[in-house]
Design a protein around this ligand. Structure first.
Ligand code: C2E
Ligand code: MG
Ligand code: MG
Length: 244
């Protein structure tokens, strides 16, 4: 198991402002197994809590290392599974990890999917407030397809929404997804939430998102997920040269 990091690029400065930690499993027989395959199995078998702690520890150690180097402050986003949210000890484990690694809590962000937030709302609201009190931030991952309602966002102390790549895939001007993405960006900014678009695969999508006023983008067109050693030279070049 190892972590790779996919950059998030800020569209107002064209610089990498953060990364998302993504888990990889290199199996001796099957090669690289996708987390979409093994995370559900880890959830079923209950090992997801240990796995989640291992991811958190590794991502925080890496972010702390970058924080101490000349690479500047980089936001580290970690995905959490619904199982971890329900286990009841996430806030405690996050506090321990922050203490152990010495990472500035402001540099840590959790990505929670829309469906997790809709589930078991009261206890989730409490947990998110506990996490916020530790100084970490939260964003809504894969936003859009499931519930298409932004009303519930008021209840949660989230700072950003990540627009699902399914919407980004077909955002040629005039398409219904383009209309939706524009509306999501407008509404989010109206309630002071940042927008991050996922799955950017071409210049047309990038141009559209820039015109919409989307704050940050992530996708293979800009940067694929990579190991820390590959990312560091990139981070050293101060400005991203993405042109519109
Ligand atoms: P996610 O959090 O929505 O992560 C985005 C996924 O989209 C990643 O897949 C990433 O590699 C992929 N991606 C990024 N840019 C592009 C693009 O331009 N085109 C396409 N087609 N794909 C792109 P990945 O790494 O396979 O992860 C899949 C999902 O597995 C993640 O979705 C997340 O829900 C889950 N996951 C990954 N790592 C972890 C982890 O450490 N813990 C938990 N609980 N879940 C994880
Ligand atoms: Mg994510
Ligand atoms: Mg996502």
């Amino acid at each position: 198991l190892f972590l790779v990091y996919q950059p998030k690029v800020d569209l107002s400065s064209d610089t990498i402002v953060g990364v998302e930690a993504l888990l990889r499993w290199r199996h001796p027989e099957f090669g690289d197994v996708s987390p979409t395959v093994f995370i559900p199995i880890a959830e079923e078998t209950g090992i997801i809590d240990h796995l989640g702690e291992w991811v958190l520890q590794g991502a925080c150690e890496q972010a702390r290392q970058w924080q101490q180097s000349d690479l500047g402050n980089l936001q580290m986003a970690v995905n959490v599974s619904s199982h971890q949210l329900k286990s009841g000890n996430l806030a405690c484990s996050v506090k321990k990890t922050l203490d152990r690694t010495g990472l500035d809590p402001q540099l840590l962000e959790f990505e929670l999917t829309e469906s997790m937030l809709m589930d078991n709302t009261d206890s989730i609201v409490g947990l998110l407030h506990d996490l916020k009190a530790l100084g970490v931030s939260m964003s809504v991952d894969d936003f859009g397809p499931g519930y298409s309602s932004m009303a519930y966002l008021w209840r949660f102390p989230v700072v950003a929404i990540k627009i699902d790549s399914a919407f980004v895939a077909d955002i040629s001007d005039g398409s219904s997804d383009a209309v939706l993405v524009r509306a999501i960006v407008g509404l989010a900014s109206g309630i002071n939430l940042k927008t991050v678009a996922e799955g950017i695969e071409n210049q047309e999508q990038l141009d559209f998102l820039r015109r919409c006023g989307c704050d940050q983008v992530q996708g293979f067109y800009l940067h694929k997920p990579m190991e820390a050693s590959q990312l560091e030279p990139l981070l050293r070049s101060a400005k991203e040269t993405i042109t519109s």
